[in-house]
Design a binder for this molecule. Structure first.
Ligand code: PEP
Length: 248
């Protein structure tokens, strides 16, 4: 069996309202979830406190983003200290929607990752290639260079979970094949070994994201280097529980 605890994250993106988020939380509270799986959900910032207040212990809450400064004149941003103050113990960073739509650079993502890790919260660090990059055989190069920016400033990856999310598979219903995913996950693990050492390679969770559903999760979960999932659309549905239980 794997030395790594299976990890399933739910990314609500800019979806939901008080009522729907409360009902997702109630559903999770009542569900039988595999106690061997670590579960973290990421609602929109406005609903972080509400989620934390209603969600049972044993499931953690993540922000979808955090800023790299401790406080001050940064209108619209949220700090690591503010997350910690609200019992929000994780954040997503480097999601492709932020890289593409909000034009975040590898270096900015790296700075924010360092701030989060130094501040004591976990980071679900997203990476992934476009269809054009995959077709040009650049997948491994793109993904490892996104991760390299972080490795330059963060040496301790014990609180980083890497989420490999091919952009062409996000929200498209087009899931990577188990083989395609496993190949990239293995390459990421080899890269971690080379850059950060064998211990880090053995322990770092590398999770897959991109149209994960209750239908495809079990096959993907069998692969040696797939340590869980980051789930978008399906995390808003009752079937999210089946994905949490993919290994059960
Ligand atoms: C995501 O947003 O991280 C994601 C993987 O979305 P979806 O599952 O909807 O493809």
């Amino acid at each position: 069996s794997s030395p790594r605890q299976f990890f399933v994250g739910g990314n609500f993106k800019m979806n939901g309202d008080i009522s729907s988020i409360k009902s997702i939380v109630t559903h999770l509270n009542d569900a039988k979830t595999d106690s061997n799986t670590e579960v973290v959900i990421a609602p929109p910032a406005l609903y972080l406190l509400l989620t934390r207040e209603h969600l049972r212990s044993g499931i953690e809450v993540a922000a979808q983003n955090v800023f790299d400064k401790p406080n001050g004149a940064f209108t619209g941003e949220i700090s690591v200290a503010q997350l910690k103050d609200s019992n929000i113990t994780w954040t997503l960073l480097g999601h492709s929607e932020r890289r593409v739509v909000l034009q975040e650079t590898d270096e900015f993502v790296a700075r924010k990752t360092k701030t989060a890790i130094d501040g004591g919260i976990g980071v679900i660090l997203c990476c992934g290639e476009t269809l054009e990059q995959r077709e040009a055989d650049k997948t491994i190069e793109v993904v490892t260079s996104q991760l390299s920016a972080v490795a330059k400033t963060v040496q301790d990856w014990s609180k980083i979970v890497v989420a490999y999310e091919p952009i062409w598979a996000i929200g498209t219903g087009k899931v990577a094949s188990t083989q395609q995913a496993q190949e990239v996950h293995k390459a990421i693990r080899e890269w971690i070994g080379k850059e950060l050492g064998e211990e880090a390679a053995k322990k770092t969770r590398v999770i897959y994201g991109g149209s994960v559903s209750e239908k495809n999760c079990k096959e993907l979960a069998k692969e040696e280097d797939i340590d869980g999932f980051l789930v978008g659309g399906a995390s808003l549905k009752p079937a999210f529980v089946d994905i949490i239980n993919a290994k059960a």
